[in-house]
Design a protein around this ligand. Sequence first.
Ligand SMILES: [Zn+2]
Length: 283
Amino acid sequence: MRKQLLFSRRHVKGLYSLFLTLRYTKVMARREKLRALVLSRKDINEADRLITLFSRPYGIIRVMAKGVRRIPSRRGGHLEPLTEVLCIVTGSEGRRYLAAAETENEYSQLHANDEAISHMSMLVRALLGFFREEEPREELFDAFCQACDLLPTLPSHKKDALEIALMLVMLRQSGIFPALKACTECGQGQPVEAVVLDASVGGWRCLSCHQSFQGTHASLPIRLLKALRWLGDYPHRALMLRFEPLESRQLLVAVRSYVETAAEMPLKPNWNHNQTLASQNYA
Ligand SMILES: [Zn+2]
């Protein structure tokens, strides 16, 4: 009789990554000093504010800033969305408080550039749609900080490429990356016509396989499907990609539409950070 192996190579690999996760998923202490990006804020009660932070070791964290709107408050001026802060967070999961905050990086160039802010707003929106609170997202945190620095310095088509690349990284990390190899309907890998990216089928379909008008406004020529595949494989090389005029925008529209459907949330341009997001109940 053939001896059954307890763990196949695949299982061992799985266990190893589980071990790594357990080892590196730190539990947040009741008082922690953190570097974080402020994602959004929302006024609560008379003087309080609910702040959503993106931290390197714990990912998204929602904290209550008590009395922050009372003047004078030492913390009040340091909680602008899309600034980086060094802060002290106290409390336990589901009920965390901001004890102190100090601005580390104002990203003033970013804030002076409407186009760049609009890209970051979309990315923040997707981040909050894709991920749960208090999951470590170190690589993504670094990428977001880098995007805050880079976006205002880039021409429009490179701004688009950077947003697309980061959207693709988030789709991959949340396990809903689109199947880009072949048409989800006919299985053709090299389409001869434009394709439609469609989150409801988890990938793309040739225009003739796509049996509705939905999403056809965001159809992609073959060249852009190739660009999308390349960006999915090499997101860190996004800025090397060359686009013809308007192509980057066309690809961005398709990717945003995919993200909206995949994360079941609307991505609105000029989204206002000050009025955001359903939040935990601190009452
Ligand atoms: Zn097809």
